[in-house]
Design a protein around this ligand. Structure first.
Ligand SMILES: Cc1ncc(COP(=O)(O)O)c(C=O)c1O
Length: 388
């Protein structure tokens, strides 16, 4: 079959290949601990599930949804951003619910790029950004995220000639995979830089509610001039423990939102009504469960940090996300080779940093999506492996 050439330009999402390998290992009886999985083991609240279940029992909720989502949901998103970040958005023109933020992360490239246009993409980064640029026929200009800069892009290092031609820049804080966070001064500098070069800022903020030790991540949109120059994605997946619902959102620049709406009017038939109803209730409802959930991630984080430090791995304590980003042990040159060896010998899977971009080499990402006992078991196995 003559499929398109652009299919050869990118790999399938990295989790898909690894899942096949890990499933085969489990079928052979191996007790695999998958520390690569970014899917939380926590459940939505009883209230969230009940609203969804009740909405499913209403026969009229099973029709095709309207192309555009319920205004109640758009208002709930706008109010959530107002309460949480002090951001004001017009629910009609500056808010758009998505079938998971992943849907928007994908369409944004078609919306912003013509073939040959430049997108500034952080390295390392969430892999969907690079794939999206390639599928849209755009050109990736990597922006290194270095430890010495706190894994923030050094905007002064972007060649002005490239910046002048670029159409968009991705930023994602709290960051996957590095767990780095961004301050208000970073966003202010970014808005100034993006306005000067007329580059759209595409901010991805799905970990805004997974945070510890009194830290509360900001939104890009809360800084002056943000809506004129960009948009932000967010999601119920991690914030409300419901990755499977596929409920995301974008807020901000109305021209970009109008563009994505146009693409979506052809690409999907809107969100299942019961999910729109349940998402509205969740966003308007209590949030105290997040504190307990974050406390649980914090305990897990501390177990992993302690374990890694005991075996001499250099690691920073993350303030947000459920990831730990650590250097590989000294002397290891190839993080992928090392992770595959660890998997083969002790059945613990961690994601090599190189899978997120060349500047991720020398690091690994661990997801805190397992109970403490399981993480302790993984750290014990790792200790035995490194010290043997
Ligand atoms: C940085 C980042 N952006 C977006 C997503 C996708 O989230 P959603 O479940 O809303 O599609 C993820 C999921 O892991 C992520 O890590």
């Amino acid at each position: 079959m003559k499929t398109s050439r652009r299919l050869n330009d990118f790999d399938a999402y990295l989790g898909t290949t690894m899942n096949v390998i890990l499933t085969k290992m489990r079928e052979k009886g191996k007790d695999v601990i998958n520390l690569g999985l970014g899917d939380p083991d926590v459940r939505p609240t009883e209230r969230q599930m009940k609203v969804l279940a009740d909405a499913c029992l209403v026969p009229d909720n099973h029709h095709y949804p309207s192309f555009y989502s319920m205004m109640l949901l758009q208002e709930a998103i706008a109010e959530w951003y107002k309460r949480r970040f002090g951001v004001t958005c017009d629910p009609e023109a500056e808010v758009l619910p998505l079938l998971g933020s992943a849907q928007g992360l994908f369409h944004i490239h078609t919306c912003m790029l013509d073939p040959g246009d430049i997108a500034l993409v952080p390295d390392p980064c969430y892999p969907a950004y690079n794939a999206g640029v390639k599928i849209a026929g755009g050109v990736i200009e990597p922006v290194p995220l270095l430890k010495e800069n706190g894994f923030l892009p050094d905007l002064d290092m972007i060649d002005p000639k490239v910046a002048n031609k670029a159409k968009m820049i991705w930023v994602n804080y709290p960051n996957n995979p590095t767990a780095a966070v961004a301050s208000g001064s970073f966003y202010k500098e970014l808005i100034k830089w993006a306005s000067m070069y007329d580059v759209a800022v595409i901010a991805d903020n799905p970990y805004s509610e997974v945070c510890f030790d009194g830290y509360s991540p900001p939104s890009f949109l809360q800084f002056d001039g943000a809506k004129e120059i960009g948009i932000e994605f967010n999601s119920l997946s991690k914030a409300y423990n419901c990755c499977g619902w596929r409920v995301g959102m974008m807020l901000g620049n109305r021209d970009i939102i109008a563009g994505i709406k146009k693409i979506k009017s052809h690409a999907d038939r809107g969100m299942f009504y019961p999910l729109q109803i349940a998402a509205t209730a969740a966003l308007n409802g209590p949030t105290h469960f997040m504190e307990e959930r974050n406390q649980m991630y914090r305990e897990r984080r501390d177990v992993v940090i302690k374990g890694l430090r005991e075996i001499g791995m250099e690691v920073e304590v993350p303030k947000a996300t459920f990831y730990v980003w650590s250097r590989v042990p000294e002397g290891i040159k190839d993080s992928k080779e090392w992770c595959l060896k660890v998997l083969d010998e002790i059945a613990v899977w961690m994601i090599p940093g190189s899978m997120y971009g060349s500047h991720g080499e020398g690091f690994i990402r661990i997801a805190l999506t397992h109970p403490v006992a399981r993480l302790e078991e993984a750290m014990d196995r790792l200790k035995r492996f490194v010290r043997r």
